[in-house]
Design a binder for this molecule. Structure first.
Ligand code: NAD
Ligand code: ZN
Length: 346
């Protein structure tokens, strides 16, 4: 079969490899689509010390069950499924209390849980194998466009659930970066909260799309963005900010517009930072601000995403590329030419 391998810093290659063998507790899935995430670009640009060269890329995978191991129950050949992006153990204390994205067995204090496409072979291939506990049934959800739900749907849902109690009538939430994750965040916020949604991006077309997807206001990212947002509340600030970029400018924007007791969720990984000095005066963050590095999501978050899609309340804006054109898709994502989410089709 064909598989897109990360072969070294900045290098991907479509290789011929054997179809994976499955054990008694594993499932073989014929891939229908594999989403391309901006994280794949971060992975592509790791240095020689990156431990996972040789891995098949892709942590967003949808497909059809092709074969099941002897001990697998409840999954039938031909069933459309989504492979989860967070391969937690399901049994440690974090997992059993609903914090599977902080699994202490398949992850550690400084390392997120095992992920297909990073520590295990991912979905940018003809086939992927996974354990049944890392597979969700798609039911009536369209399998061809489902792959991004495993991350571009899941991760915004997790960040939003962690701030949803703040997003009552009259609240304002800012979404920074209306790409793969951000365009889903706007839709999830519209579907599940009554907050006023302000979308921020550097690209006017993405802001137009955000307005169509339910944002109340769109602001071009830049030096004026913070004062435009603060002007809505006489300088007091907004209830929550979701940063799906994580660049210096966006971390400064997020920490600079959050209200006292407000929430900042840092999801993007573009290397931004902010100072914190625990002093009485002059701090960037207002009193009570709650900042979280938000990672992935949990099975409960995934279930809520799938239910919203099944009800027709949110949908991924997809662009299809043949898997054979993966390099072009990576180049297009890097150059900002993809609106919504790219799916590689084997
Ligand atoms: P994407 O490339 O699809 O979207 C990024 C968006 O940000 C684009 O619309 C772009 O125009 C916009 N943007 C870029 N610079 C900006 C700026 N200065 N101000 C405002 N907007 C700006 O990326 P994606 O796949 O949605 O991923 C977003 C980020 O989230 C990436 O860094 C990715 O690695 C990260 N990520 C994190 C997690 C997690 O669990 N923490 C999961 C998935 C992705
Ligand atoms: Zn666990």
């Amino acid at each position: 079969m064909k598989a897109l391998k990360l072969t070294g810093p900045g290098r991907i290659e479509l290789q011929d490899v054997p179809v994976p063998d499955i054990g008694p507790d594993e499932v073989l899935i014929k891939v229908v689509g594999a989403g391309l995430c901006h994280s794949d670009l971060h992975i592509l640009h790791q240095g020689e010390e990156w431990p996972f060269f040789g891995t098949t890329m892709g942590h967003e995978t949808a497909g059809l069950v092709d074969a099941v191991g002897a001990d697998v129950r409840d999954l039938a050949v031909g069933e459309p499924v989504l492979v989860r992006a967070v391969w937690s153990c399901g049994e440690c204390r974090p997992c059993t209390v609903g914090r599977e994205n902080a699994c202490s067995v398949n992850g550690s204090r400084n390392k997120f849980p095992l992920t297909p496409g990073i520590g295990a072979d991912g979905g940018m291939a003809d086939y992927i194998k996974a354990r049944p506990e890392h597979i969700d049934r798609l039911g009536a959800v369209d399998v061809a466009s489902a792959a991004p739900l495993a991350d571009a749907g899941l991760t915004p849902m997790h960040a939003i659930r962690s701030v949803r109690d703040r997003l009552d009538d009259g609240a304002t939430v800012v979404v920074i970066g209306i790409g793969g994750l951000g365009h889903m965040a706007v839709q999830i916020l519209r579907a599940t909260t009554s907050a006023r949604i302000i979308a921020v991006d550097v690209d006017a077309a993405r802001l137009e799309a955000a307005l169509r997807n339910g944002a109340d206001r769109a602001i071009l990212s830049g030096p004026e963005a913070a004062s435009e947002i603060l002007a809505e509340s006489d300088g007091y600030g907004v209830d929550a900010v979701l940063d799906f970029v994580g660049a210096q400018a966006t971390v400064e924007l997020a920490t600079g517009v959050v209200a006292p007791e407000g929430a900042v969720r840092l999801v993007g990984l573009a290397g931004g930072s902010f100072p914190f000095n625990a002093s009485l005066e002059g701090e960037v963050l207002p009193w009570g601000a709650n900042v979280q590095r938000s990672y992935g999501g949990t099975p409960a978050d995934q279930a809520e995403v799938l239910a919203l899609v099944a009800d027709g309340r949110i949908a991924v804006d997809v662009v299809m590329y043949p898997l054979a054109d993966a390099q072009r898709a990576f180049d297009d994502l890097e150059a900002g030419r993809i609106t919504g989410r790219a799916i590689l089709v084997p």
